[in-house]
Design a protein around this ligand. Structure first.
Ligand SMILES: Nc1ncnc2c1ncn2[C@@H]1O[C@H](COP(=O)(O)OP(=O)(O)O)[C@@H](O)[C@H]1O
Ligand SMILES: [Mg+2]
Length: 256
């Protein structure tokens, strides 16, 4: 179960990427980056945040020496009247449309955007693990222009999985789950990554059917009802079945 907190104060919008998440304070006195259910990307983006973020966390827990880091994910209950101080009418509208449940990420204060050329770099094994996870989950949003990695306390943190599992927007079809994912060529960590095949040998056995069901099961029912959840599970399991073409594809991109 994900924790649920109540938003008590709207602090500001965060304008780096496309979805303009809200920085809010909650009743546990924490600050959260809230991905809004009423934003243009819709609730499917929130499904991807939970499924991919929690898969990453499960790998991080299972292989602690990798050093994979993901901020805590919580559900954030937004009251209807939270947005009174926000002057931007579009954000007002998104906040009003997001009353009720949303997804929050623990806010990492003063984190910097990851820079491939300067600043702390992930180990090659960690870079390979992140590439592997993004290839599995078809995350199109880890490019040099838009890495969605933060540097905080000298380490690299994974954020923003809203654009992963992008095939869900056209309707998932497990029969097409094993298709190519050419976008892996543009992954920001590919030049740093160790062998993707070795990452696969280490990580794939950890992503069991049970784990897939567990992370999909964390998504609140209004965003993913029973049949839709089953489709997500079947689709991910189809992608995980050996031989995993996405591993070869990522390895080819790395060594090209
Ligand atoms: N947990 C976090 N801690 C600190 N800053 C964050 C966090 N999550 C997101 N941000 C900041 O907000 C920006 C937008 O968030 P992101 O999740 O990437 O949404 P999107 O790209 O869809 O707008 C990020 O690029 C980053 O600068
Ligand atoms: Mg982003």
């Amino acid at each position: 179960m994900l924790r649920t907190v109540q938003a008590t104060r709207y602090v500001s919008p965060l304008r780096e990427g496309g979805s303009v998440p809200a920085l809010v304070e909650a009743d546990d006195l924490g600050l959260y980056v809230v991905k809004l259910s009423g934003a243009a990307q819709g609730t499917k983006a929130l499904v991807a945040e939970i499924v991919v973020g929690e898969l990453a966390r499960a790998l991080a827990t299972a292989v602690p020496e990798l050093g994979m880091l993901v901020p805590e994910i919580v559900l954030v209950e937004l009251p209807r009247d939270l947005s009174v101080a926000e002057p931007d009418p579009e954000i007002q509208e998104h906040l009003a449309a997001s009353a009720g449940l949303n997804v929050g990420l623990d806010f990492l204060p003063r984190a910097l955007p990851y820079a491939p050329a300067t600043g702390p770099q992930p180990d090659p094994e960690l870079a390979a693990a992140i590439v592997w996870l993004d290839a599995l989950c078809e995350n199109v949003d880890r490019t040099p222009r838009n890495p969605n990695l933060l540097t905080w306390h000298e380490r690299v943190w994974l954020i923003d999985h809203g654009a992963a599992r992008y095939r869900q927007h056209a309707g998932l079809d497990p029969a097409r789950a094993r298709g190519r994912f050419a976008a892996i060529r543009d992954h920001v960590l590919l030049p740093r990554a160790a062998s993707i095949a070795e990452a696969d040998a280490r990580l794939a056995p950890l992503v069991t059917e049970r784990l897939v069901r567990e992370v999909v099961g964390l998504v609140p029912e209004p965003w993913l009802d029973g049949p839709a959840a089953e489709l997500h599970v079947e689709d991910l399991l189809a992608r995980l079945r050996a031989p995993r073409e996405f591993v070869e594809e990522a390895e080819d991109a790395r060594t090209a």
